[in-house]
Write a protein that binds this ligand. Structure first.
Ligand code: ADP
Length: 474
């Protein structure tokens, strides 16, 4: 396992609030360290550099002086040395025998004392070429320089006290450490309260979400005032709950409607069987009549079950469509031919059948057309007229199925595609063999082929369903 994975698996065990707290604190601390480091570096440089520079500058001036002496040697003059020094720098010049040749400040700690107290580990940032000694509580910087003239060599010691700079720096370092500790504590507190603040709405959401159950789906997560990600999440979850609740309601409705639908044929079949039991089987004609009735009810039941299975497959996205290029005119022609043979009670007419290509599932398209035709027959009294027309106009196909039947009231036009919805009274529908699933199935097929359905109807006069089939189904 890599380091990253290890950290991840370790962090995985913590609560989000802990992660936020420490994450925030870590960022804050890193920033603090960065700022303090920069400050420390800046101050250190600002404090030590001038001290170093005054020594270096004094050395430079004295070197210049020596260069002049080389050309025109007339002996060392102490005043020349003093004149070359920058204020605050103490100079001592010692010859090769150790004799002090010049001392600009005799009260200053001696060279021996300095050398005894030289710091083995000079402070960071101290200039490498110089030495630093701590004498009592004072710090002294010292730069050394040798000068050889003919066979005489002298050593120059440049001293500069840096106690106040070092003290200032120490004080500052202490202050920075104290501020860092305080900063870390504050960062942890702020991180903690911030994470609590952030997570409070999530905790409330969690508590409410736990209360929402299958049988108790009315609860919704409160959407906060702020227009932030959490209120967005609450809205999304609420929409999801709406959809789930809607789905569950529809499912429950479907189960209760389906049971209701199955109760009627079951009761009718039971009635016929009881009749046979009571009156015996002697009267063959009566028996056959009853059996025919039972058969017809079983057929109704079978049709209902088929439709219910279709609907349930569409709900589960399991209804497959095998789309191909089709000749709609061939399908319409064939369906109408069979219709004419099967339906003798009504006048069935194919007014127009333009050649038209569509891309779709042939079985489903036939099933959809049959739903409209069967309804036209069911809801048109005997002797009525059913006419079909398929015409291509403006690049679209308009397939209309018209009947001269009972019509649909305007207030019901938007409900006829609802599952199990039926306008007609129980008796009439039962006689007609409807189960309220034909149009929902037709609509599903239409939707899945990009077909628009429109209805025009007038009570007592008739109904026309028009299917508008658009490209790319050509
Ligand atoms: P059903 O199996 O009951 O016919 P549908 O879903 O096919 O179920 O139709 C729903 C309802 O719409 C029908 O019960 C009927 O009241 C009404 N309806 C459908 N087509 C027609 C039509 N051509 N004329 C009059 N009413 C119709």
């Amino acid at each position: 396992m890599g380091v990253k994975e290890k950290i991840k698996s370790k962090l995985g065990g913590f609560e989000i609030s802990t992660k936020i707290t420490f994450g925030y604190a870590a960022c804050f601390i890193a920033l603090l360290i960065l700022i303090n480091g920069a400050m420390w570096f800046g101050v250190m440089t600002a404090l030590y550099r001038p001290a170093k520079n005054v020594i270096l500058y004094s050395m430079y001036q004295i070197e210049e002086m020596f260069a002049e002496l080389e050309e025109n040697y007339d002996g060392f003059d102490a005043a020349d040395f003093r004149g070359a020094l920058v204020a605050g720098v103490v100079l001592r010049v010692v010859d090769e025998n150790g004799a002090m040749f010049l001392d600009t400040d005799p009260k200053y700690p001696s060279i021996e004392m300095f050398e005894e107290n030289v710091l083995r580990n000079p402070p960071l940032f101290a200039y490498d070429d110089f030495e630093i000694a701590r004498i009592k509580s004072g710090l002294i910087y010292c730069g050394k320089m040798n000068y050889t003239h003919e066979d005489r060599t002298i050593t120059l010691y440049f001293f500069r006290t840096i106690t106040s700079e070092a003290n200032l720096f120490d004080e500052l370092a202490k202050l920075l450490i104290a501020l860092d500790v305080l900063g870390i504590i504050i960062a942890l507190f702020i991180g903690h309260y911030m994470s609590q603040g952030i997570l409070k709405p999530i905790k409330t959401m969690n508590a409410l979400a736990q209360e929402i159950a299958f049988e108790k789906m009315n609860g919704r997560i409160p959407v906060g005032q702020a227009d932030d990600e959490l209120s967005e999440l609450a809205k999304t979850l609420n929409k999801m709950l709406d959809r789930l609740q809607g789905g569950i309601k529809r499912q429950q409705q479907f189960v209760s409607d389906a049971s209701h639908e199955l109760r009627t044929p079951a009761a009718v079949i039971k009635g016929y069987i009881e009749f046979i039991e009571r009156y015996g089987t002697d009267d063959k004609e009566l028996l056959m009549e009853n059996l025919r009735m039972i058969y017809s009810e079983v057929e109704n039941m079978q049709a209902l079950l088929e439709n219910m299975l279709f609907i349930s497959r569409t709900d589960q996205n399991r209804q497959k469509l095998n789309k191909k290029d089709l000749d709609l005119d061939d399908i319409v022609g064939d369906v109408m031919q069979k219709m004419k043979v099967a339906v003798t009670t009504h006048e069935v007419e194919l007014i127009r059948n333009d050649p038209a290509k569509i891309f779709g599932d042939e079985t489903a398209i036939r099933q959809m057309i049959r739903v409209f035709l069967d309804n036209a027959v069911k809801y048109t009294p005997e002797g009525g007229k059913i006419s079909v027309s398929s015409k291509v106009d403006g690049g679209k196909i308009f397939l209309s199925i018209s009947d001269s039947g009972i019509g649909i009231a305007a207030e019901n036009l938007d409900k006829i595609f609802d599952r199990f919805f039926r306008v007609s009274s129980e008796d009439l529908v039962h006689a007609a063999g409807g189960n309220g699933l034909g149009l929902p199935i037709a609509k599903w097929i239409a939707d899945n082929h990009g077909i628009k359905i429109s209805v025009a109807s007038e009570l007592g006069k008739g109904t026309t369903f028009t299917l508008e089939i658009e490209p790319p189904f050509f």
